[in-house]
Design a protein around this ligand. Structure first.
Ligand SMILES: Nc1nc2c(ncn2[C@@H]2O[C@H](COP(=O)(O)OP(=O)(O)OP(=O)(O)O)[C@@H](O)[C@H]2O)c(=O)[nH]1
Length: 467
């Protein structure tokens, strides 16, 4: 089996066949037409026309039965197809003779029987074909030699004309058979490869140079979830989010978009060239969702407070450093509950935990989009909020927090109530780094505790310097 691409192979064969046909077309009709004209005074243009029709029929007779034989693998089908073309040919001959007002087996019919031999004998090996094509034209001459039946000049002329025509047909038959066999085998192999790749458990897909998906095997379709029809021809970008991936083809991490699961793939791509086209990329994918979920969970655990589910101190420090570096006015709010120890002491640690969870939810609800609340430990919470209007806005926010914290908390068995002391440091007032802001908010919160609890204190420069 040739590994050549069927397109290139066929192009090659087509060129050979065309060159042969060109020479035969020059030689055969010219010779035949000359003889016809000489013998019967037939119009040469008309004669060539007739021969052109014959040649077209011969090509049809070659390709259709051969295709049936090679692709459907049916000799009976091939014979039936050949019979059909012969019947069509006879019909055409009859019609032609009626129009031309000639005998039933006039010139077209005569030529036909010489051309018929190689056509209908295509199912035989080449050697039989050649023999038939040599024997049939000389048969009238042999008959004459054996029986003395007179043979006119036109019979000799037709016999001579039949040889190049037969050569043309046999070569065409030979080339067409080879080309079709290669073509169908290549198609069968491609279909088999595609079916085999479809069956393997490893997800595989192909994207063309324009980023459109050309193929995805069953395993890949299972990961992408939508139906095959939707995927083929879809921009890869619509199916996979590769925005966080490193450049290149190897070890590319991609998230499946619109997935009901949080599916992550590790892709390895190979550029595969194609005749006359920009290379496509064949990707082999690995489902790394489980590993990714595990590492995400570890990262989340390292940044999350286990009791309340809020950000922990580490996450808070990271966020504050990032937000502070971005600029704009920030308010850092330190919230320490008042009377929390009494809840623990009276109702137990579990009730204390339940209370912390409710307070966390209330603080979360009181915040605006983009702000952050964290639990630093014990009964201490801290918030980061963007402030547009300075101290008054920060104070209003802090007082809103105080009010929501002080609402009674209805737990399963009891209702408890705590208060809070809040220290607020504004980056517009305290000109320092992120740590300095935290220290100032902490100091302001202590001042709130010291001056009677349940209140808000806005930090001044002295709070930062005092710590
Ligand atoms: N339930 C519970 N209690 C905790 C946790 N972490 C720390 N605590 C307790 O929280 C209490 C905090 O003490 P304090 O800050 O003195 O409590 P407070 O009654 O609010 O006192 P002030 O802050 O002075 O108003 C201590 O009793 C700690 O044991 C926790 O995760 N869960």
């Amino acid at each position: 089996m040739s590994e050549r691409f069927p397109d290139a192979f066929l192009a090659d064969k087509y060129a050979q066949f065309r060159s042969l046909a060109f020479h035969a077309a020059l030689f055969t009709p010219a010779l035949t037409a000359a003889m016809w004209s000489w013998e019967w005074g037939v119009d040469p243009a008309h004669a060539m026309d007739t021969l052109g029709l014959r040649i077209a029929m011969v090509l049809l007779s070659l390709v259709v039965p051969l295709s049936v034989k090679l692709y459907e693998r049916s000799d009976v089908g091939a014979w039936l197809a050949a019979l059909c073309t012969v019947l069509i040919e006879i019909l055409l001959s009859v019609v032609h003779d009626r129009i031309a007002n000639g005998a039933l087996l006039g010139m077209p019919g005569f030529m036909f029987f010489y051309l018929l031999a190689p056509v209908v004998s295509f199912v035989f090996p080449l050697r039989v074909n050649v023999t038939l094509n040599v024997v049939l034209p000389v048969a009238p001459l042999a008959l004459h030699a054996v029986s003395g039946v007179p043979v006119g000049f036109h019979v000799v002329a037709y016999s001579s004309a039949a040889f190049p025509a037969a050569a043309f047909v046999i070569t065409g038959h030979f080339l067409a058979e080879r080309a079709l066999r290669q073509f169908f085998e290549a198609r069968r192999l491609a279909a088999w490869r595609s079916a085999a790749i479809d069956k393997v458990a490893v997800p595989v897909f192909v994207a063309n140079s324009e980023g459109l998906v050309e193929y995805a095997n069953a395993a890949m379709m299972g990961l992408l979830e939508p139906s095959r029809n939707v995927v083929i021809g879809t921009p890869l970008d619509q199916l996979l989010d590769m925005s966080g991936a490193q450049a290149g083809l190897k070890n590319v991490e991609a998230r499946v978009r619109n997935s009901t699961r949080n599916t992550w793939l590790l892709l390895s791509g190979t550029a595969v060239g194609r005749a006359g086209r920009a290379p496509s990329i064949v990707y082999v994918a690995q489902d790394v969702s489980a590993a990714r979920a595990e590492s995400d969970a570890l990262r989340d655990a390292a940044l999350t407070d286990t009791v309340t589910g809020l950000a922990n101190r580490r996450a808070y420090d990271q966020q504050l450093a990032r937000r502070h570096a971005q600029g704009g006015t920030l308010a850092v709010l330190f919230v320490d509950l008042d009377g929390f120890k009494a809840v623990n002491d009276s109702f137990g640690h579990d009730t204390g935990d339940a209370l912390l969870k409710v307070i966390a939810q209330r603080l979360n609800r009181a915040l605006r989009q983009g702000d952050l609340v964290a639990r630093l430990g014990g009964d201490e919470f801290a918030l980061i909020a963007s402030i547009a209007d300075g101290t008054d806005e920060a104070r209003a926010l802090a007082e809103r927090l105080l009010r929501t914290i002080s609402e009674p908390v209805h737990l399963t068995t009891e209702t408890v109530k705590v208060g809070a002391s809040v220290g607020v440091a504004l980056s517009s007032t305290i000109q320092t780094d992120a740590h300095g802001l935290v220290r100032a908010a902490d100091a302001a919160m202590y001042r709130a505790k010291a001056s009677g609890k349940g209140r808000v204190v806005i930090a001044e420069a002295a709070d930062y310097e005092a710590r």
